[in-house]
Ligand binder design. Structure first.
Ligand code: ADP
Length: 389
């Protein structure tokens, strides 16, 4: 069964084509800078990389360019059987993946109230793909779904109850496919059933979220109603005192768009360091003695450690900590620093395994009370699996 996985952003379209009989990716890539005269198409088909610069006015032409490439190479007449769509926000309604109907697309558009930067693009991607593939099933897979059943005391904010109910204001959580994937892989690595494990999964990338995974289910997570809450991120501020928002709006003369832009795109690691949102550049600058880069790095590791401590309590115990996403998978420093002050929990890292290993692995010592693992995430494969299911 061939499954095309699509992830539509406002000016980008990522794709991954899976042969689900073997769970392998046949082709992957993305179109960036949609809407500009010089858009980029980059794809890798069966190991061969291809790059092209071409005018791509809308998502329709982006999908056409991708399909032309796939048809000329890997597809050669073979039909695609289903399309799986990454959707950031499922609102209060969707606790599971769903077969897309017109009602579902309208709901996704409505839930743009919680994810204005993501859901409109996700819905546009679905509409575009449904026009291109009208006869195959389309499945929406939500980032929020894994966290749908976290208990009320973990998801309510301390605002008037009626307003929470009226607008659906509460913690939804994100990166659900990633947390679910790496928790399941951790159980396999540890040769123990997922239903017997209490795991804190740390997805640390451009966006960062931490999740308390209790016997395979999300019990709490650091992101909130939107992906702005929680740990400091590449350009997002993470949790701040809400009064900071009022103060900045007043004194910096910012309107709604101005403050949204500041907190989502100019804050976080970029805002603190003044260097970059890219953690590799921050690590480089920190090593060269840049104090603000060091501060940004320290804030990130401190925040992650705070959540691990909190979630060990939420879970009432801890069997494993899992690191994933760009920074979690690759930064030896971040993992070592986060784990260095968790000795009271019985966490012991093996420096050799932390520094020199690659890919999926256990990096704690044999006598560590809590196992520590590194698991590269694979959200696209999870979406393809959900599509098949
Ligand atoms: P996204 O949330 O966009 O999917 P990723 O999970 O790809 O992001 O993570 C991107 C982040 O990972 C960037 O800050 C990048 O600098 C960081 N990163 C990637 N490779 C490394 C590395 N080898 N060492 C440290 N950080 C890395």
């Amino acid at each position: 069964m061939l499954v095309l996985v699509l992830n539509a952003g406002s000016s980008s379209l990522k794709f991954n084509l899976f042969d689900m009989s073997k769970e392998i990716s046949l082709a992957e890539g993305m179109v960036e800078r949609i809407g500009l005269a010089e858009a980029n198409l980059a794809c890798t088909v069966e190991g061969d990389r291809h790059k092209e610069i071409l005018p791509i006015p809308t998502h329709r032409e982006a999908l056409e360019a991708i399909l032309d490439r796939l048809k000329a190479t890997v597809l050669q007449g073979t039909p695609i059987h289903a399309v799986g769509h990454r959707v950031v926000h499922g609102g209060p309604k969707y606790g599971d993946s769903v077969l897309v109907t017109e009602e579902v697309v309208k709901d996704i558009e409505t839930f743009a109230m919680y994810a204005p930067l993501h859901n409109p693009a996700n819905a546009l991607g679905i509409r575009t793909a449904m026009a291109a593939f009208p006869d195959v099933p389309h499945i929406a897979v939500f980032d929020t779904a894994f966290h749908h059943d976290i208990p009320d005391h973990a998801r309510m904010y301390g605002i008037p109850y009626e307003l929470s109910q009226k607008y659906g204001i509460r913690r939804y959580g994100f990166h659900g496919t990633s947390h679910a994937f790496v928790a399941a892989r951790t159980a396999i690595l540890l040769c123990r059933p997922l239903r017997a494990l209490k795991i804190v999964t740390c997805h640390i990338g451009n966006g960062t979220s931490i999740c308390a995974v209790n016997y395979g289910k999300s019990l709490d997570t650091s992101m909130g109603m939107t992906p702005l809450q929680g740990v400091i991120m590449g350009t997002r501020c993470g949790t701040i005192d809400p009064s900071v928002v009022e103060m900045l709006m007043e004194y910096e003369h910012l309107d709604y768009n101005g403050i949204t832009d500041l907190l989502n795109k100019k804050s976080g690691l970029l805002g603190i360091s003044g260097v970059s949102s890219d953690f590799r550049e921050i690590e480089r600058a920190a090593e060269q003695g840049n104090d603000r880069a060091r501060l940004a790095r320290d804030l990130l590791t401190y925040n992650v450690r705070q959540y691990i401590g909190a979630y060990a309590t939420v879970l009432d115990g801890l069997d494993a900590i899992t690191f994933t996403a760009g920074i979690g998978t690759h930064s030896t420093f971040v993992r070592a620093k986060v784990c260095s002050k968790l000795s009271f929990l019985g966490v012991k890292i093996d420096p050799e395994a932390n520094e020199h290993g690659t890919g999926e692995r256990i990096i704690s010592t044999a006598d560590s009370r809590v196992a520590v693992t590194v698991v590269p995430t694979n959200e696209e494969l999870m979406i393809a699996r959900e599509t098949v299911r």
